[in-house]
Design a protein around this ligand. Structure first.
Ligand code: MG
Length: 277
């Protein structure tokens, strides 16, 4: 614990301050969701186009381009959203870590999830409401991980995924409309084949019934497969290659606090990645 009055040093200080205090954070999120909202009815009606690279590939097509086989499949149009730092703002958890001088730990994160007190990301509520009003399915895919919690009561120690109920409840307390079905929220590890932070198997599951018309997230891994764990250079190339999808089918929130961008800075000290000229 850091005494008040002391200057706090922490890797995440500026990032969390930006999220919690800057009007620029608010404005950036509102902008992303406003643009996404303006695309809803158009993309709903483009029955031959998917935002998902893998779904397009399964019909022999590319994301964001006309795919007659897809239209013939008669799938339900859906937007696929990430949860953390996309629709729920967990910066209070990050702020507490700074205050306590701690680092991210699975147990501390799970305590935060069980608290169910994350608030909505600016712009996200209006977007979700509008999507539903436009007849578009809203599906959440999160890397919140299912794990049994130790507890005194029989029910808590037997539930394989208490994080699911917590997240459903937190979405409602944050103001989101209750989900029509619990299947519209997919956690990491809900099925053995969904144990990876890589979301591709879960998107593939969604793609059996839905046409993924739009993808929204704060991490590249929310938009595409096998990109999370690549290098700084590969990630930059990937974005350049797919830039025509951005703001059209893919919508990227800003997260300076954490994400796979941070994991890409491995193998050498972070300062060695600084560009000095
Ligand atoms: Mg996220």
């Amino acid at each position: 614990m850091i005494a008040s009055g002391c200057t706090v040093q922490h890797d995440s200080m500026n990032a969390i301050l930006w999220i919690q205090t800057s009007a620029e954070y608010q404005s950036n999120s509102e902008m992303v969701f406003n643009v996404a909202e303006s695309r809803l009815s158009l993309l709903r009606d483009k029955q031959d186009v998917t935002a998902d690279i893998d779904q397009a590939k399964s019909f022999g097509c590319s994301a964001g381009t006309s795919c007659p086989g897809l239209a013939a499949a008669g799938l339900i149009p859906a937007v696929v959203l990430d949860v953390d730092e996309t629709v729920l703002d967990n910066s209070v958890f990050g702020a507490r870590l700074i205050k306590d001088g701690g680092q991210w730990r699975p147990g501390a994160w799970d305590d935060w999830v069980s608290e169910k007190s994350a608030i909505a990301v600016p712009g996200a509520l209006a977007f979700v409401e509008r999507a539903r009003a436009e007849g578009v399915a809203v599906i959440y895919v999160t890397n919140r991980r299912c794990s049994v919690r130790g507890g005194l009561s029989e029910s808590s120690s037997n539930n394989p995924c208490p994080q699911k109920l917590d997240t459903l409840e937190n979405l409602v307390t944050a103001g989101y409309p209750p989900l029509a079905s619990v299947d519209l929220l997919i956690l990491r590890g809900e099925r053995p084949e969904w144990d990876s932070s890589e979301k591709q198997p879960r998107r593939q599951h969604i793609a059996e019934r839905y046409r993924i018309m739009m993808l929204i997230g704060d991490d590249l891994g929310d938009l595409a497969s096998n990109i999370k764990k690549t290098s700084v250079e590969e990630r930059a190339r990937f974005v350049s290659t797919h830039q025509s999808l951005l703001g059209e089918y893919w919508f990227q929130l800003t997260n300076p606090a954490y994400g796979s961008w941070r994991g890409a800075l491995s193998g050498k000290p972070a300062q060695d990645y600084l560009r000095l000229n």
